[in-house]
Design a protein. Structure first.
Length: 571
């Protein structure tokens, strides 16, 4: 990572850049005497590093023959790094407070989030201007995710950054000290705000609303791992996040007209056999923004990442029903209702239900989950307990689960009866009849291009382009093919698939796909990338949004299209 920048500096005889990479302390010490332009010239390191930097750097240069700064010096720098992989750590400590550097607040740093305003980031107690580095960042534009914010949460996701060589490079961009926002955290909260105690979220999440909090990760990082990290798993909340005391928490299980209700603690539930299921949770409104481009719809403006794939662990619902003495095959029961601890202003809980006939098909896989990816559920994802119903839309997978009721009718909740239903494109709010439509349960086949992103650029001399994304189909229907086009759908080729090795008739995890496609010579300055998936039932995605538009913007699964610009090489 750093080597490429070092080689570039030596090849261009850029002595200043070389010194910055090998000895950041020396670089800053000399700025004050060099008349260097820019705000860095007023700052310098004043600590014990100063006494050693020049003789360490000079000795290293002499030892490895790089003082000449000729092209061959690149090999000397390579040898330096290989022979002294930890040398930078001897005299650079990233994020340590430094004397005589200005102090910046969170608000001041947040103003610097573009090339025009300069790109600043924070790490521990340090503030860094990385404007000059972003173009050479090996991770490409992902570095912009941290612009104006702390890079620590992102480095937790990308642990490769946590080594002394990277720390040394980071310190070369140091401009000041950071004042943590502890004062903001301690600030008195409005007791009348029902969202005041919502949990802290990862800064990578892109909110579509703050109260209630709903957010998705950048699609570019969504498919980097087969299991979506809980920190960037999309968040869909309809109401304030309830604060739950696990010691007093109880799950109530009952049936319609029954006088008997059993109450189970989390400890009780953990005595049941533990089961895992790898399953997608996808919001019904995923990709709604594409429908909004056709005609106004009501709903959160979700992009392409209101979806995540996780391993959910807990107890099978069927085992709990048996323990409660409830025979779900009783012909009087038609639905299983779920209620959460999240309450609306009237005190009514979020609720949903699934038909008993659907449960009969997937009964071995419906989980009352207390773990996500091997760890305790987070508050945003339903701590301490949620229901996971594989292959079914996320709206039915109730979080903060409080009550399970076997009933002759579906949930009377607003979100079951007056939301999350699909209609044809001629139905609008003046003529909609919610009672005429079935509640959404299983999601249709879906696929999305995650990389490259919309509007990205490649060079004209690039012969190939790497395309990646995800695919999934509800109802346990496995993905058997993903087709990729670079010319808007005129010609196609098949992508390689990464799956969870589940049965094609019981596939609940997503499929990650990738393809290396030749860049056509007649590209005319752009590539129109398209993807479409086919599941085991040979369902495939519709080619356009127009035919599936609906007033709520749900079930958006048309071919996904991404425009990529092909830049001519400058003379």
């Amino acid at each position: 990572m750093a080597l490429a920048r070092l080689l570039k500096s030596t090849a261009s005889c850029n002595f200043e850049a070389v010194v910055r990479h090998i000895s950041p302390a020396c670089y800053y010490s000399n700025l004050n005497n060099s008349g260097h332009s820019g705000h860095r010239k007023q700052y310098q390191y004043r600590n014990y590093y100063h006494q050693q930097c020049f003789h360490k750097t000079s000795a290293s240069y002499a030892k490895y023959g790089i003082i000449s700064l000729a092209t061959g010096a690149a090999f000397g720098l390579y040898a330096y790094i290989q022979a002294n992989p930890e040398s930078a750590a001897d005299y650079v400590e990233a994020g340590k407070p430094l004397d005589n550097l200005p102090t910046y607040t969170k608000e001041e740093v947040a103003k610097h989030c573009s090339k025009e305003t300069k790109i600043w980031v924070t790490y521990k107690k340090g503030v860094y201007d990385i404007t000059d580095y972003v173009e050479s960042h090996p991770g490409g534009k992902k570095i912009y995710l941290a612009a104006g914010k702390s890079i620590e949460p992102f480095w937790s996701l990308y642990a490769v950054h946590k080594n002394s060589e990277i720390f040394a490079i980071l310190e070369t961009y140091r401009i000041g000290n950071f004042k943590p926002d502890e004062e903001d955290i301690k600030k008195a909260q409005d007791v009348n705000d029902p969202y005041a105690n919502d949990p802290k979220r990862h800064p990578a999440l892109i909110p579509s609303s703050m109260k209630p909090f709903n957010a998705e990760p950048p699609v570019e990082i969504l498919t980097e791992k087969f299991l979506t990290p809980k920190e960037i798993f999309f968040v869909r909340n309809h109401l304030p996040v309830p604060e739950v005391n696990v010691e007093t928490y109880r799950l109530d299980v009952t049936s319609e007209n029954s006088k008997r209700t059993i109450s189970l603690s989390v400890k009780d539930l953990k005595k049941f056999p533990k089961h895992d299921v790898t399953s997608v949770v996808q919001c019904a409104g995923n990709r709604r923004s594409e429908m909004k481009e056709i005609k106004t719809v009501k709903g959160l403006n979700w992009g392409n990442a209101a979806i995540g794939n996780g391993v959910w662990s807990g107890v099978r619902l069927i085992d709990v029903l048996k323990h409660a003495g409830i025979d779900f095959t009783n012909t009087g029961y038609k639905h299983i209702q779920f209620e959460g601890l999240d309450l609306d202003p009237t005190g009514a809980p979020y609720g949903a239900s699934i038909p008993i006939d659907l449960f009969k098909v997937i009964q071995q896989d419906v989980i009352l989950a207390y773990e996500m990816n091997g760890e305790e559920l987070t508050a945003d994802h339903g701590y301490p307990l949620r229901v996971i119903i594989p292959g079914v839309v996320g709206a039915r997978q109730v979080k903060w689960l409080k009550k399970i009721i076997l009933s002759s009718e579906e949930s009377t909740s607003h979100w079951q009866r007056r939301d999350y239903k699909g209609f044809n494109s001629s139905v609008d709010w003046h003529n909609v009849d919610f009672d005429s439509a079935e509640s959404i349960q299983q999601f249709p086949v879906q696929s999305v291009i995650s990389n490259p992103s919309q509007g990205s650029h490649i060079n004209e001399d690039d012969e190939e382009i790497e395309i990646q994304g995800y695919a999934w189909s509800g109802g346990g229907r496995g993905i058997i093919r993903v087709d990729i086009s670079v010319d808007g759908g005129k010609t196609w080729q098949t992508a390689s698939l990464q799956t969870a090795k589940q049965s094609l008739y019981r596939t609940y995890a997503w499929t990650l796909w990738s393809a290396t496609v030749e860049v056509p010579k007649d590209h005319n300055g752009s590539l129109n990338l398209v993807c479409k998936a086919t599941d085991i039932s040979y369902n495939t995605q519709p080619d356009s949004v127009e035919g599936i538009w609906n007033l709520r913007g749900v079930l958006s699964n048309a071919w996904h299209r991404v425009l990529v610009h092909v830049d001519k090489e400058e003379a």
